[in-house]
Write a protein that binds this ligand. Structure first.
Ligand code: H79
Length: 682
């Protein structure tokens, strides 16, 4: 896998939909809502990356782009790196000062690296000497911070890396660490070590808000370990919140889990914000203030306070949390640039905090001038309009809203005159001619009832194509509206049929639908085409032999090669798309050929989930194209098939790093599963 995922735009023979499957697997109800409540209300936290890497401060042998990864990125031998222990003496560390800076910035929790990938522990651990007590400083940093957090009512949270470049039992070694033997290394003993340390972290420091795992992507970690660790941590503190990186189901840096890849309580987009919110899923974007997590003395690329304040509003408007990083220096102080930004954010939060805390995602899909967060209040809804681009004429149009206005005012100065005029489809606010806060002025628009925004109905159907007939469901969460639709693509009118039960179509149709109230359209119109297609005829209806034929190759590729022109290293039969017949983990590839038995006529979604690239063909049609160098990534395509046996061919390669291949399918009304061995033949 490599970060630069190149996607080949292939000529698709059949209409194939490539869907990137970011599934939420975290939404569970009941007690979990209570457990998650403080975290959802908080919206804003501080990340702290601190450890031995603060000593070299990002520079090694003249190369200045390192940070918390320095031991690996600069290939520093273990003994050399251990030398930083004697140099780590943060005499100016002041736990109260750190926690106060977080609190004054409006942050409700602090997540600090109790142990990063380098394996060094900032806490007093009985499990290893590679910890803060071995440094000249010799005081438990975590103790001091936990105490200060209690004092200032900030939640103390631990970051803990699963990957560990120091522990002898952790596997794998870095590929350049030729002189660190793996002899006698025992990964299960390492897991026991982690558990013992987590017990220390969870029982010696009072209540811990979040356990934030990371470094889970190496091949030694798997879902079973993830489940077990999740349950273990919860058993020590039932109300603790655990991020999704405890498991092994993360889908790239978007940080969410793939469908079926359970892990933890919230998703962790890293250095990015999901384009639209992820309804029903808890998530937290973590982000650096410059370009590094750990202290890098040469990094001057600081984001502006304006950028950070707007980013916080942006994330809150999408229903997520913001975990903003500080990388303290080796002397124990925050970089001045971070201090200044925290102070500036705090200034804004003191005036505008109520537009962030305890709010939920914007009901608007898009606002040209800024963002919106909302909160229900007695008898209505408070819409917090975060105005980034102040209107030159003082007239702010709040588009597509049908509520009655209760009141409107500015958080900056509730005495400033603001008025609201209710139009047929929008509200026009008259504001002061210049922005009271040029970064983000929050206008509170309080309305009666739930936010009633012109969002069109949602259309749900299993697939956009069908063989005989297809049920389609229309829905809306708006009150007092009738959903009307047409099946010829024309705009619905007040005379069009209202949606009641599922609409059953038997021919290719273009559905158009909108919401109506009192005979008037009160939403946009959405359209979708549903196509009737002929199923691909089965190759045979006769039983074949179970299993697949595989051909195994070795080579250095950046994309799938033409395997049919290459000579395989090995061939044979195998029960499923397992990689068990490989001779090595890198620079290798597989081609599988066989038949899939399709139980009944229908539309099927096929996906591969692979690291690196893969493709899936059914009867010669390229259905799922997941080629290129990348981390574990899922791609789905759909195809209508007649019941019976269809040729299936899957190609796969891995260049370097992690390797994995999963081949899944789903049919109408059924979730995706790995294709069972019982449906594979040769
Ligand atoms: O602690 C900070 C970083 O040091 C750490 N996470 C933040 C919070 C971090 N470690 N690695 N990275 C960030 C980037 C790693 C990216 C990848 Fe992958 C790991 C690419 C391939 C393996 C994650 C898993 C993304 C795709 C698969």
């Amino acid at each position: 896998m490599k970060n630069s995922a190149k996607q080949t735009a292939a000529a698709l023979v059949f209409a194939v939909l490539a869907v990137s499957m970011l599934g939420g697997c975290f939404n569970r109800a009941g007690t979990d809502d209570q457990r998650m409540a403080w975290w959802r209300d908080a919206r804003f936290g501080m990340f702290i990356h601190w450890g031995l890497y603060a000593v070299p401060a990002g520079e090694w042998n003249g190369e200045t782009t390192h940070a918390e990864w320095i031991r690996t990125t600069a290939r520093i031998p273990l003994e050399t790196y251990d030398g930083f222990v004697d140099q780590f003496n943060p005499v100016d560390f002041n736990a109260d000062a750190w926690v106060k800076m977080a609190r004054d910035a409006g942050m409700k929790y602090i997540v600090i690296t109790s142990k990063h990938h380098d394996g060094f522990c900032l806490f007093d651990s009985d499990q290893t000497d590679f910890n803060i007590m071995a440094t000249p400083y010799k005081k438990d940093i975590m103790k001091a911070l936990a105490r200060a957090c209690r004092k200032y009512r900030v939640k103390m949270c631990w970051y803990y890396s699963i990957m560990d470049w120091h522990h002898p039992d952790y596997l794998p070694r870095r590929d350049w660490e030729k002189d660190r033997s793996t002899e006698g290394a025992d990964f299960d003993r390492y897991v026991a070590y982690m558990k013992a340390q987590l017990k220390e972290l969870i029982t010696n420091y009072g209540d811990i808000g979040v356990l934030w795992f990371d470094g889970e992507w190496e091949r030694t970690w798997n879902r079973e370990y993830g489940f077990d660790l999740y349950n273990y941590v919860r058993s020590l503190q039932p109300d603790i919140i655990i991020n999704n990186r405890v498991g092994a189901g993360r889908s790239g840096m978007e940080g969410m889990d793939k469908s079926g890849g359970f892990a933890g309580d919230f998703g962790t987009p890293e250095q990015q914000i999901p384009a639209t919110g992820l309804p029903g899923v808890d998530w937290e974007t973590c982000m650096t203030m410059n370009d590094h997590w750990g202290w890098n003395k040469n990094d001057r690329n600081w984001k502006s306070s304006e950028n950070l304040i707007r980013t916080l509003a942006d994330i809150a408007s999408k229903g997520g949390n913001f975990l903003l990083n500080v990388g303290p220096k080796a002397d124990g102080t925050f970089p001045e640039e971070s201090v200044e930004r925290l102070r500036r954010i705090g200034e804004w939060m003191r005036v505008n905090g109520e537009s962030i805390y305890k709010t939920s995602a914007s009901p608007f899909r898009n606002l040209a001038w800024g963002r919106c967060t909302q909160k229900s209040v007695v008898g209505g809804t408070r819409l917090y309009l975060h105005v980034f681009d102040w209107p030159g004429d003082g007239k702010l149009v709040v588009p597509g809203i049908y509520n009655q206005v209760k009141k409107v005012y500015l958080l900056t100065d509730p005495t400033l005159e603001v008025s609201a005029e209710r139009g047929p489809d929008d509200i026009i606010l008259t504001l002061p001619s210049t922005a009271p806060d040029s970064i983000n002025t929050v206008v509170v628009l309080e309305v009666r009832g739930k936010a009633d925004i012109d969002n069109p109905p949602q259309i749900s159907a299993d697939f956009d194509v069908f063989i005989d007939k297809l049920p389609i469901i229309l829905s809306t969460d708006r009150e007092h509206v009738v959903i009307r639709y047409t099946l010829d693509g024309a705009d619905p009118t007040s005379q069009s049929p209202p949606f009641k039960d599922a609409i059953m179509i038997r021919k290719t149709r273009t559905l158009a639908t909108a919401c109506f109230r009192d005979g008037r359209m009160v939403s946009g119109v959405v359209r979708r085409e549903f196509r009737k297609v002929a199923p691909k005829p089965a190759f045979s209806k006769e039983a074949l032999k179970p299993g697949l034929v595989y051909r195994y190759f070795e080579g250095d590729w950046n994309a799938l090669p033409s395997f049919h022109r290459l000579r395989p290293v090995k061939t044979g039969t195998v029960a499923n798309f397992s990689l068990e017949n490989r001779r090595r983990n890198e620079y290798m590839g597989f081609e599988y050929n066989g038949f899939i038995r399709v139980p009944r006529d229908g539309v099927y979604g096929f996906s591969t989930d692979s690291d690196d690239g893969s493709r899936l063909y059914i009867g010669g049609y390229l259905v799922a194209d997941n080629d290129g160098l990348h981390g574990l990534r899922e791609q789905e395509g759909i195809i209508p098939l007649e019941a019976g046996y269809h040729p299936i061919r899957v190609t796969y390669f891995n260049k370097t790093g992690g390797y994995d291949l999963m081949v899944n399918f789903r049919s109408s009304g059924n979730p995706g599963v790995a294709i069972p061995d019982s449906l594979l033949f040769r």
